[in-house]
Design a protein around this ligand. Sequence first.
Ligand code: CA
Ligand code: CA
Length: 357
Amino acid sequence: MKKKMLVLILGILLTGCGSAQPSGSGSVPEDQTQVTEQVPSGEAQSGGETSAAEASVQPEAGDASEGASSGEDAQAAGAEEEAQAADPDTVGKELADRILTASGADESSLHMLTVSDYDRDGDYEAFAVVGETDEEMGSLTGAVWFAGDPEAAPEKLTEGEFWFHRSETGEEVIPLIRFDAGRDFFYIADWYVTSAPIELWSVRGDAPNLYFAGLSLGSWDPDGDLELVADGYDMIWDKEMEMFIGHTWKPYYFHYVPEDDAILAYKMHPITAEEVKEKVGRDLVAEIEAAGYTVGEMLYHENGIVHVNYTIETDTDITYCNVNFDTRTKQFLSFEGTSDDWSPEETGFGGSYSPED
Ligand SMILES: [Ca+2]
Ligand SMILES: [Ca+2]
C-alpha cells in the first residue's frame, strides 16, 4: 500500500496555463505564480507514525532489525543483535552530544537532529544542523554535521542558509526520507525565495555521502517515486519583449536504486500521438487540438507519466503548457493533486518538458 508523504518545501499555487489564455491581457505578471512558504504538516511529515519530537530518533530499534531480517542488506545481518540491543534514544543523545562537542556549540543551537540507521547496517548515525534559526523567515543559518562511527570524529559537511520548519504543533520538522528499498536520506534545502535546491545525504561505508544536489524537494513514496521540482522562467514568450516570463515549477521523477546505490532519474522518451492515446486511454492530442491549442513534444517518463506539451498563442504572447497523465492512477496531475480532466485551468505545471531535462 502506498503512503505518499508530501513535503513540499514550496507550496505552489499555480493559477494554471488557462489564466494566460486569450483573454485580452497580453502578458502575465511574474506574481501570477505565487509562492508561499508551506510548513509541512506534522501529519504529512510523519505519515502518522510519530510526532516530530518522537521522530527525532528514527527508526525504532525494531525498524533496524526489520531491515536486517528482510534480507535486503546482507551485511546488516551481523549487526542485527547489536541494533536490537541499542536504545535509540540513548544512541541519539550520544550522537547529538558528539556533534555538540565537535562543533563547540551549545544545545540550543542544535537543530534538525535526525537519527536513523541510514544505511541499514544496524548502527545509528545522525545528521544535524548547528546554527541559528530565523523563525519568521523560516530559515536556519549554520552548518550540517554528521556523527556515526564512534571511532570517527564528527564531520562538518556544508554551511549555508537553509529552510527551517516546525510542524503545526511547534516541533522541528525532521528531514528524513525513508525508502523501503533500503536506505534513508537526510535532506537539507538551501533557503531562497523561489526555490529550495536540496542536498540528499546518507551513509556509505560508515561515512557521510552526498547522493544528490539540486532541484527542490516535492514529495516521495517510501516504496516509489521521489519527486524533485525544477524551476524555470519558461511559461510565457512575450513577443514584444522577446523574452520568457512567468516562473514555473515542474516535477521530475527519481527513485532510489539499490543495485547502483544511487538516486537516479527515470528516463524520458519521445512518444507519438498514437502512443499517447494508448497510454492515456483517450485521444488527448486530438482533444488539445480541438480546444484550439498547438501540441508540441510528447514524452513518456519511465515511471509511467505521460507529458504532452502544448502552446496557447495570442497576438502578444505564447503560453507554454503541459498536460501530465499518470498511467498508474489514471489521473491527470496538478500541483493541487490530481484531476479527472486535463484543461489548462485544472492541470499542468507550466512551461515545457524536455527530453534533455
Ligand atoms: Ca548505519
Ligand atoms: Ca556502520
